[in-house]
Design a protein around this ligand. Structure first.
Ligand code: PLP
Length: 397
């Protein structure tokens, strides 16, 4: 079959045709003014998406993925043996902890069940107990993609302030930024990490970082080893509108178009669209008699939902069958929830009607596998919700 179904994995996401075309461009000189003309509006747009000030702090766009963004964040601001405080409540928070340990950092981990959010109160207590201020950074995963849980970063900042703790706040927004509100300045985030392949609707290949002025200052004293990802080299070259190495020009051109698309739709509308599509998915899951892995509604993610398999069934089977029989991609469960869930990604370039096809496919798979789910029930619930909340512009478009 030469036709392509949309994907329902939580990244990489479906690529709009204009973005795909923008990435596929002829060679230009990356030291020429044309590159700077493409790069500058893209970087300025990223500031808006991150909720940064238009001028204070820095935006860095690296040839890497989100994992490289984590590494750049810690190696540029911390030194060997520094203590960091992190919550572990899913696969991605766990991987960032592991990366810190491999760099010789002393990670104080606060455990929370998978399905819970960042345990803000326990983090606040740990910070209050750290009277000597040995903790240099607090790490949080805004949207835990493994469980479909959105954490309260503003609350975490309040807990840090309540403990009058000066640690840097570093936030993984890889699967949230560009799809749900992110407010670097008002949440007091010092480093935000994003990737190109989720809310920005691009291929993988760019790690996107926002740095507060405090984070930029912390680079001076930090001596974890870094070379390619030494952000000071990047900042020196940026002032001339370029890079200290050859940048991935096509991806950056794609990012410029992605920013144009997000701004044309309006960030508030982008967030409302993600909420509405996600809510339809949640209605479908309830109609199936199933539940999300996220422990309660306040934690529900608008970018990904991990659906808990009924007792005696394996979530991975839905993903395998959807791919082999229907040519549709869902996400498998990872780590502690492997086999226990399957994940529906609902972020990026997606409409309600596209989502209905994903829900219908999931239903066909569950019926094929003998899950106790009435075919049509979830799609009907989502349709009902989408019908009653459709926007006028959407119908006209
Ligand atoms: N953080 C989160 C929340 C993620 O979802 C992912 C990837 O899915 C990563 C980090 C790692 O990003 P990458 O795979 O782009 O290196």
């Amino acid at each position: 079959m030469s036709f392509q179904n949309p994907v329902f994995i939580p990244g990489p996401t479906n690529m709009p045709e204009v973005i795909r075309k923008a990435c596929d461009m002829p060679t230009i000189d990356h030291r020429s003014p044309s590159f700077a003309q493409m790069f500058r509006p893209a970087a300025a747009g990223v500031r808006e998406v991150l909720g940064m000030s238009p001028t204070a702090g820095e935006v860095l766009i690296l040839p890497a993925t989100g994992t490289g963004g984590w590494e750049a964040a810690i190696t540029n601001t911390l030194s060997p043996g520094d203590r960091v405080l992190a919550a572990r409540h899913g696969m991605f928070s766990q991987r960032w902890i592991d990366l810190c340990r491999r760099h010789g950092l002393d990670v104080q981990v606060i455990e929370a069940p998978w399905g819970e959010g960042c345990p803000v109160q326990a983090m606040g207590e740990a910070l209050a107990a750290d009277r000597e201020h040995r903790i240099r950074a607090v790490l949080a995963t805004h949207n835990e993609t493994a469980t479909g849980v959105l954490s309260d970063i503003a609350g975490l900042r309040r807990a840090m302030d309540g403990a009058a703790h000066p640690a840097l706040l570093m936030v993984d927004g890889v699967s949230s930024i560009g799809s749900v509100p992110f407010e670097m300045v008002s949440w007091g985030v010092d480093i935000a990490v994003a990737g190109s392949q989720k809310g920005f609707m691009l291929p993988a290949g760019l790690a996107i970082l926002g740095l507060s002025p405090r984070a930029v200052k912390a680079m001076e004293g930090a001596n974890l080893r870094r070379a390619y990802f030494d952000l000071r080299d990047m900042l020196n070259s940026y002032s001339g509108g370029g890079y200290p190495f050859t940048p991935p020009v096509g991806l950056i051109n794609g990012l410029a178009v992605s920013i144009e698309m997000l701004k044309a739709e309006g960030l508030e509308n982008v967030y409302a669209r993600h909420h509405r599509i996600a809510e339809g998915v949640r209605r479908a899951i309830a109609a199936w008699g199933l539940r999300p892995c996220a422990a309660r509604p306040a934690l529900y993610s608008n970018t990904v939902t991990a659906v808990v398999a009924p007792e005696g069934f394996n979530g991975t089977d839905v993903v395998t069958l959807a791919a082999s029989k229907y040519g549709v991609a869902f996400g498998v469960g990872l780590g502690e929830v492997a086999g226990k869930v399957f994940r529906i990604g609902h972020l990026g370039s997606l409409t309600d009607v596209m989502m209905l096809s994903g829900l219908a496919t999931a239903e066909m798979c569950m019926a094929d596998l003998g899950w106790p789910v009435a075919p049509g029930s979830g799609v009907a619930a989502a349709q009902e919700y989408y019908r009653s909340t459709a926007l006028e512009e959407q119908r006209v478009a």
